[in-house]
Design a protein around this ligand. Structure first.
Ligand code: SAH
Length: 251
């Protein structure tokens, strides 16, 4: 029997095909998703299928009759530790679904997340994100599976879910067609190793404070020079770590 390629199939393929950033989140709390990612910019992009979201309940990979995912820490101490065997089964399942996506585990012991890494991830097929709870993961999972440990800052959260939402939010806004003005991603903080310059808007005078004169001059070159100088001054005073890297890179 002759089969004609249905155009609707092709149309569907185009929408969910290569442009879709595939987010897979491994969590004990799938009800936390999409959370804030279902609203505003990310929410609209989800509706438009610029990214997709799948949650995987880690507990579904428990093997004992109590469906336990954690156990007490070897060597003693407070809290519970997520079991390597359960995590591995969940990771393996997710990897079968998205074989090309990197697997990232959220942990304060990981490499600090950077805008550069976010850009790389956003340019790729997606991200599979493992969210910890309790005291975190049995360390053997990192030797046994190809997992990138990522921290979202020198703070301790109660779980990896808000960290996963942060990471995904940062990626999603960079996906093609998500941000309004095509250029608005380029001038932002960290893109050139500096914090962004400060912004002002009307009213021109507020509580006796005025918008810097140069921003009202209409002289684009002067505005650009002023902004660059502000970005440098603010980076030097607020973030000596970034400033050192910026100046070293230009030596
Ligand atoms: N005992 C761990 C903290 C566990 S907090 C330690 O001291 O390093 C519980 C979970 O929250 C972690 O497994 C991780 O998934 C998540 N989490 C907490 N802080 C985080 C951070 N700064 N970055 C990424 N994930 C974090």
């Amino acid at each position: 029997m002759e089969r004609r390629a249905g155009c609707c199939f092709r149309a569907v393929h185009r929408v969910t095909g290569p442009m879709t950033f595939a987010a897979t989140v491994l969590t004990l709390y799938p009800e936390m998703f999409p959370g804030s990612l279902g609203v505003s910019l990310a929410g609209r992009a989800l509706e438009e299928r610029r990214w997709s979201l799948e949650t995987v309940q880690i507990r579904d990979f428990a093997t004992d009759k109590h469906r336990s995912v954690d156990d007490t820490p070897a060597g003693g101490g407070a809290g519970m530790v997520l079991r390597a065997d359960v995590l591995a089964a969940a990771i393996d399942h997710a990897r079968r679904g998205q074989p090309d996506c990197p697997v990232l585990a959220m942990t304060p012991r990981g490499k600090p997340l950077s805008q550069a890494r976010v850009r790389e991830l956003a340019a790729g097929p997606g991200a599979t994100i493992l969210c910890g709870r309790f005291e975190g993961f049995d360390e053997r999972i990192f030797a046994a599976r190809d997992v990138e440990e990522v921290s979202v800052g020198d703070i301790v959260l109660s779980g990896g879910e808000p960290a996963a939402i942060m990471l995904l939010d940062a990626c999603i806004r960079l996906l093609p067609g998500v941000m309004g003005a095509a250029s608005s991603g380029q001038e932002e903080s960290f893109e050139d190793g500096l914090l962004e310059y400060p912004h002002y808007t009307r009213p021109v005078e507020w509580e006796g404070r005025t918008i810097p004169e140069v921003l009202r001059s209409g002289d684009h070159a002067k505005v650009a020079a002023w902004r660059k100088q502000q970005a440098k001054d603010d980076t030097r005073s607020r973030r000596p770590d970034l400033w050192e890297r910026y100046t070293n890179a230009r030596d």
